[in-house]
Design a protein around this ligand. Structure first.
Ligand code: PLP
Length: 607
């Protein structure tokens, strides 16, 4: 159910008395419902404290459902915070009987919001209600109200503001809804579901590179969810494609071939590298990686898979086994067939060698890994061309050539996890192209549909053919997601966004290097290509003290947020900043982001 709350055009004179308010409500009820005022519409009334309408600070809100006024609530801004709520009145339409609206209001006011001085009055009011009213409150279940925004005085959309009911009783008038969303998030979403920032940000809307939060603050979004909003927020082409598809057909399942599914498959294959000619559509990157491993196993008849330490593959059982970051593994790995090779992490070489003279020893080490920890018969190796969640770690240029030779010699296939690196993110269409890697299987996700849930596993014909059992997916190849992904691909191609990613990425990288020069102690490494960039923060690079500066990254994120820039973080120790603007980011936006970063570093280190 959508509850719309609109600011009523009531003059303060009308609010002079409660009677006037009731009358105005009932009148409005008649107008909007086309029915005569129904006395039972004023089903319950809660009143706390005096009405301060004469102060000119009284706000009155109508609560609408299906276009019909269901109730009215009025609050005063006499005091700096609504903790001192002076007045609230609610007329509850009978239609709300089962919705629990009244009970929630009472509960919030009495308990959650801690308004002790109202409690006695409220009790008295409640006791005054007839028995059936009391059982009415008791018997009601709660139904969620839609998120929205509290309308500040003088807002242009005076009569059209949608908001949650809760702001009426929130402690801070300045950030009412965000507070409530965070409260509810804390209450209902498990703590394991990590959020950024000391006080999590509540996104409300976005356009292009800009994101607006529920407090009305606008940010330059250089992380796009998690590198997912590839074309920026609310991209017109994507929106149009999805709406058009939504009006035709929103679901079919893989039991039916649909136009958006086959069109997208054709486009993906046309842009995919090498011999990748078949697509399994999935819903998440985890599922795409899981599918890829299953395919490799089905094709080779072998089970053992190599992956990299510091990699991230997702949160299904197989994906967690593949994860090279213990921080993401909830339980002990249940799949012994997964072996983790040392990451090609030159800044922190796992073999303690000098990257300039090591001869890519980490790749050569794979031979011993296979010979000592496997049967010697591999299903394959799953690799992110650039380790993303692990902290934006590109391998040495010849890493994959050496690795692929060893893997293929032992019967395995190469799986490129392009969930982060795909679709132009790195300044080439596919991350693997930077390293001359032609995978037999490739997984996609994140930016593929600009934020709609979609992923895919591409493979060669002969690998697809060796998957002989039946497989279905309820949501894989969903028409809406396919329509969005088709629009994303067309836009990337027509606007040459891969080139833009390369150029803007180069500019941003240069800026990051300049910032590093300014803060040489804290910024140990700047790395990445295209618009997938990272900065590793350490205790003191000048003395080679590379202890991860985890706290500094948290502080920096707070500072960038304060200045209106959103970035991400990663790495085993959370000490790596990750920056990933949309592919169509402008040169001006890159400059703006770099300026904010510079100022934010100054704020945390002084300089
Ligand atoms: C490289 C890579 N693979 C797979 C995944 C898992 O994707 P999802 O979160 O859609 O399951 C992620 C997610 O961050 C990822 O970065």
């Amino acid at each position: 159910m959508n509850i719309k709350i609109r600011r009523l055009k009531l003059t303060h004179d009308l609010l002079a008395t409660l009677g006037d308010l009731l009358e105005a409500c009932l009148e409005f009820y008649q107008k909007t419902s086309g029915r005569p005022p129904d006395p039972s519409a004023a089903y319950a009334m809660l009143s706390f404290g005096p009405l301060h309408s004469e102060s000119g600070n009284c706000y009155t809100y109508g609560i609408f459902t299906d276009g019909v006024l269901a109730g009215v609530a009025s609050v005063t801004r006499d005091h700096p915070s609504l903790r001192s709520l002076d007045f609230g009145v609610t007329l509850i339409h009978p239609g709300f009987r089962r919705k629990g609206l009244g009970r929630r209001l009472v509960e919030h006011i009495l308990k959650d919001q801690g308004l002790p001085r109202c409690i006695d009055r409220a009790r008295a009011v409640l006791q005054g209600l007839q028995t059936d009213h009391r059982s009415f409150f008791k018997g009601m279940g709660f139904q969620q109200v839609s998120p929205g925004h509290l309308c500040p005085e003088g807002s242009p959309s005076d009569t059209q503001v949608e908001m949650v009911l809760s702001p009426l009783i929130l402690p801070h008038m300045d950030d009412p809804s965000a507070f409530m969303v965070r409260e509810k998030h804390m209450k209902f979403i498990p703590a394991a579901v990590a959020t950024y920032y000391d006080e999590p940000l509540v996104p409300l809307a976005g356009k292009g590179s800009r994101l607006v939060d529920l407090d009305g603050k606008t940010y330059l979004d250089f992380f796009g969810g998690i590198l997912t909003v590839a074309l920026g927020h609310a991209h017109d082409r994507v929106t149009k494609a999805v709406i058009a598809q939504l009006q035709r057909l929103s679901h079919a399942s893989t039991f039916y071939p649909t136009i958006p599914m086959v069109e997208l498959a054709e486009k993906l294959i046309a842009s995919a590298p090498g011999q990748l000619k078949k697509v399994f559509f999935t819903v998440s990157g985890s599922e795409a990686d899981e599918m890829a491993v299953t395919l490799a196993q089905a094709h080779t008849g072998n089970l053992e898979v190599i992956t990299l330490r510091h990699s991230y593959a997702g949160r299904t059982v197989m994906a967690q086994a593949l994860d090279g970051l213990s921080s993401h593994r909830a339980v002990q790995s249940q799949i012994g067939a997964v072996k983790h090779a040392p990451a090609p992490y030159c800044y922190r070489c796992p073999l303690r060698l000098d990257p300039k003279s090591c001869g890519t020893a980490c790749a050569r080490d794979l031979k011993e890994l296979v010979e000592t920890t496997t049967t010697g018969r591999l299903a394959g190796m799953l690799v992110e061309p650039i380790l993303g969640a692990g902290g934006c770690i590109p391998p040495p240029p010849d890493y994959f050539a050496i690795a692929a030779e060893i893997v293929r010699k032992h019967g395995g296939v190469m799986i490129a996890d392009e969930v982060q690196t795909g679709f132009g993110r790195t300044g080439k269409m596919w991350g693997a192209q930077h390293f001359g890697l032609e995978p037999e299987i490739m997984t996609l996700g994140k930016g593929i549909a600009n934020g709609l849930p979609m992923a895919a596993t591409l493979c060669t014909e002969w690998i697809a053919d060796s998957f002989t059992s039946r497989t279905i997916s309820t949501f894989g190849g969903n028409p809406l997601a396919c329509a969005a992904a088709g629009a994303v691909l067309d836009e990337i191609k027509e606007q040459d966004l891969v080139a833009n990613s390369a150029e803007r990425g180069k500019e941003l990288r240069e800026s990051l290097v300049r910032i590093q020069r300014q803060f040489p102690r804290m910024i140990g490494d700047v790395r990445g290509v295209g618009l997938m960039l990272g900065m590793e923060l350490v205790r003191d690079e000048t003395t080679m003290n590379r202890t991860p500066a985890t706290e500094a990254v948290s502080q920096l994120m707070e500072e960038t947020r304060r200045r209106g820039l959103l970035i991400g973080k990663g790495g085993l120790h959370g000490n790596i900043i990750r920056i990933a603007p949309p592919l169509n980011v402008s040169a001006e936006e890159i400059e703006e982001g770099a300026r904010i970063l510079m100022k934010s570093f100054s704020a945390i280190q002084g300089g």
